[in-house]
Design a protein around this ligand. Sequence first.
Ligand code: VAH
Length: 326
Amino acid sequence: MILVTGASGQVGSDLVPRLRTQYGDAQVLASGRRWQPSQSGYEVLDVIDHPRLQALVEQYSIDTIYHLAGILSAKGEHHPESCWHVNIEGLRNVLKVAKDYQLKVFWPSSIAVFGPKTPKFNTPQDTVLAPSTLYGITKVTGELLCQYAAQRFGVDVRSLRLPGIVSYRALPGGGTTDFTVEMFYAALQNKPYTCFVRPETRLPMMYMPDAIQAMLQLMQAEASALTVHTSYNLTAMSFTAAELATAIRQQVPGFVCRYRPDFRQAIADSWPAVIDDAQAQKDWGWRPTYDLSIMVKDMLHHLSKRLKSPAFYARPCPETPEVISC
Ligand code: VAH
């Protein structure tokens, strides 16, 4: 049985239904800190509570954990102590039960492991990891903990350095790349958007279906094929805030995006602009599907349904590379 921690977050909200489609509803246990009365197959779990985690692993005969619970970059800068405690103690607890019960683990690292001294373009798999955020420090530490668990105790833990992720099912919370999703909400509500990074800020990004595909593909790969035991570089595209606003405006004429950088500009400036994920392509066949144009059309179509924005209801489901129910 699979346990997903942080199941109500931006990634978890898409990963849980995808895993249930793949393996069956009864094979996936969602979990999070808050009680979700409407959700079946859900348990309350604070990942810093090791006894509770161990009890769930035993009660449900868990064999795989997708450990998503954590605090993101922007929120982490406002609450560095909590960010360290949740991100590190939570991961240590997961790695401990993985070692004790021979579990397989997925854990998301981030491009936040890179810092101002890292090559900004075509950032290699092996390079300087000197992040300037506490969140990034927890991700570098986490990668080393994962590698140690794999090499010292034989734990099968796999990880991806996720870029910014765009999705419509759940709002992101406390991230530096949240402007991407917020822009779509503003456009569909016919409101101008004030972006908190400069228009020329370029970051590695990915549409959620690609991120979920990459996680499942990595977890299904033969262990012998994997040469990276910290975390794989991963990307699908890179775009600037202005390029995203323009792509949205092509679908939503009149959309206005203004720019008022805040503290998150310095975080974004410390991250790479373009990532080299050749090792992921070589080791387990990674290939992205969505580019900026397809993502924008798909996002607007699905998000407009959620927001009940008639403007996009009438449009046919955009041509997307995979079958998506319209
Ligand atoms: C954040 N969305 O903004 C996360 C992610 C690469 C960015 O780690 O903190």
